[in-house]
Ligand binder design. Sequence first.
Ligand code: GLN
Length: 279
Amino acid sequence: MKITKTILAMSLAAVMAMGVLSGCSSDQQSLEKIKESGEIVMYTNAEFAPFEYIGDNNEIVGVDVDIAKELAKDLGVELKIENVKFDTIIGAIQTGKGAFGAAGITVTPEREEQVDFSVKYVKSKQYIVQKTDSNFNTIDDLKGKQIGVQLGTTGDLTIDDALMAAADREDGTDGILYNSGAVLNQYNSAPLAAADIGTGKLDAVVVDELPAQAIANRENSGLKAVEMKYSDGSTVEEEYAFCVQKGNTELLEAINNTLERLMAEGKIDEYVLNHTTQE
Ligand code: GLN
């Protein structure tokens, strides 16, 4: 018995030491290493126009890319973009695979436990994409409906929470959609989900404001985007920020400097306008 306990304690200590040496070190993405290598790696999901999407030349473009290019210029390095599933971005930054995440990422308390966020640079709200002749304005209107979301997004979390019973919810009341027959359908991207409104599989897709409008504004989409309200008229408000590995303050400061400069110069509004009208 005693031996087993000792072995257990020893292996526990070894595992903890490994954690300190590998996963928890932000060294690989330090500002110094980035400058030395001449390259900074951004993680994103290019399915979120106007923030990141595939442009005419098959390159990833968008508001976040424009910002990231300014950051790279400010640091004197090249920008490299890794296009991955949205729900893997935070993990990739947490483990130091990439230097920063930029994907219209909403700051939430849960995510703040996993990564460090920059200053916020864009405000957003949740919208409901639907057929032009549908009439969904509030979450209540989605009772009994087939609802699509992008996996791991705040739209996903909002609808998931609305579907839960009192026992699983923070405020101890049943969610608005609980027991209504509404079904949550998770997709890898909002445009993919929206395509299923066309096929009749879904009634609505819940996604951030500008991406919702980008989807609805596509030629012959047959869709519209409506701000999603609670029955008391309030909305689901969010703010976007870039994220870095916890404790990587030097890189975070560099990102904040670039973001603050661009905001002061009115550049971010300009980028949004450029990528909205070019759709
Ligand atoms: N803002 C939303 C979120 O952070 C959606 C982001 C996205 O799909 N790229 O969850």
